[in-house]
Design a protein around this ligand. Sequence first.
Ligand code: G6P
Length: 756
Amino acid sequence: MSRSARFVIALVVGLALLTGVALFAVTSTTRAWFEKDIQLRAELAVSGARDSLLERIALGDGEGLARLLGELTRDERIMAAAVCDASPHRLASTPEYPEALGCGRRSTQAEPERAASKDSGTSFSVRTRLEGGEVQANVVPLLEGSRVRGFVILVHDLSWVQRREGTTQSFLLVAFAILAIAAPVVTLIAARMSWRGWSEQLRRLLQGVGPEDSAREFQPILRDVRELVERLHQEREQEGEGGTWTANRLKSTLSRHLSGERVIIVANREPYIHQRAADGGIQVSHPASGLVTALEPVMRACSGVWVAHGSGSADRETADAHGRIRVPPGEQSYTLRRVWLSKEEEQGYYYGFANEGLWPLCHIADTRPLFRAEDWRHYREVNRRFADAVCEEVEGEDPVILVQDYHFALAPRMIRERLPRATIITFWHIPWPNSERFGICPWRVELLEGMLGASILGFHTQAHCNNFLDAVDRFMEARLDREQNAVVHRKRQSLVRPYPISIEWPSQWAQATPPTRECRASVLAELGLPPDTLLGVGVDRLDYTKGIEERLQAVERTLERAPHLRGRLTFVQLAAPSRTVIERYRQLNASVEVLAERINQRFGTGNYRPIILLRAHHEPLSVFRYYRAADFCYVSSLHDGMNLVAKEFIAAREDEQGVLVLSHFTGAARELTEALIVNPYDLEEASAAILAAVEMPREEQAARMRSLRAFVAEFNVYRWAGRMLVDAARLRQRDRLNVRLPGRGLNLLPGGQRVG
Ligand code: G6P
């Protein structure tokens, strides 16, 4: 029921009650008035005839009394009259006088009986109901001096009183009915008119065209509305609602929320590597790194400085004396600050502690972590050198610094010590292991302490956040705030949050890649394959976590299970050599080659080789051509933080064709649920998925791909960065406010994070 309907009902019920009370009051008051009026008239009439009446009584003249009574009853309202002596005994009465009234002991009425009592020297009246209706008997004493000589009883017909009461009641009821109809109508009209006036005035105020101080009553509502608008605006921005996150939106978020501050990224791998080519020239290459794939577009949007290891053979000569160079080449939207490492530093910090220690520690891929004290020393030293480089690049006291990955677990605290008010976001691009496994590391406490120098710690999934919190719980003296997902350590709070990483959308590489038909034709021609080839593709660094051997074995199992695919199914693996100084990577390199060769020998015929292993660095444009040419892409990681190859394949497939077969053990499998999700260790399941992929009808491919593309388009890397930056901005804002509240018993810390 609407509010106005309820209001009208309440109004009518209220009026009805009011009318009931009014009826009762009016009826009883008019009746009292009438009674009094009749009494007065009776006394007046008797007083006029009193002497004659006393005379007749004294004479015992009944006839004379009757005559006098006849005159008294000429008044049309007096229907009968009687005279009694003081005994009381009726002396005379008019013919209409009701016997029942009497005036003696046999009377049915108590009151006339009272007439006999000695003290009844005053008049009184009594009402009674007779056959003809209600009557009022007025008993008036006949006094001679102070002695009562008798009584005159005048009987009044009350039917006219009742008639008048009826008329009054009818008037009242009609008035109520009119009021009941008119009141809601008038109220509604008045309400509507004032509502119109208010809303018009409010609208004008909100549009800023009204005189604000003229409407003081609107000020609270105006303030509420403005706060609400502002909050919605912020939420929309944070959640990416109301439009997809784009490079421009990220840029404006940065300038609005972080006052246009530059962002400083620290990541070991640089986005542009300058290499001296065989012909003596200098080439720029894009490294095969998911981290670079994700962060480079963010840096182009935000500008700032990327601090990285200068690993290219021509890096020094292309940078200035401070190791700085503007990139991307030709576009120059941000600065790349290169840090130079000695051979020993690179060996100990990068190959040793980071890639032989932390990398296998964090990935469940059956490779033992190796921890050497010498590597740890280099790791600490190089972290210090990068922290120094960051401090050289910052402009203010509270810069925004994004520390990337397992190469720099110690840098956040080192930076914090130098820049207490900095906002430091650490993002861990690889999985975080459970506590049993993490406990293997001899420097586990130092690593955790180092990371907790950050204001925000980001992981791809909530599971990795939980593992991190468990490690803190188990190995450190720190307070966990499970509700906030935060750690309080050394009176400082670090938020621990999942931020699943992604790729730029639209992809610059997809836009620069020719259409599917052309890609397919050129790739098949390059590989010497016939047009009806069923082509699968894998794109990875040659890394034991990627499950490349399991992938090739799944292709082999597919050919065993489906002989009709022999001669038609070809799997091309783009394998970028990686970390080749490390023994385990060299082993992998050799074993993958042996495996590919064995499968090719087993199923190859004539020119047909089911596995094509392209061990080389491939630039993104070339990779995208393969994505577009393929019928399916198999990502078979044994353990992977996110895996951006899966998302790149989706970005490449503007034609909405192609099937993604994806390992369950990637972070991406939690998001890309329309892919064929498999356990890469289970060759039966993986080969069944490959079979399903090559046989999948075009419509189903399109339906799955459309949905995957919609997801990646929305959850792109600008959103990833935007959410982290907005969270960082909130922290900064809170910190700045806390600084303005000194002496209020709040525990203020350098860097501003308050712990109450
Ligand atoms: C992973 C790591 C990145 C790294 C990339 C390539 O994605 O998370 O930090 O850049 O592998 O490895 P590389 O050792 O060649 O930089």
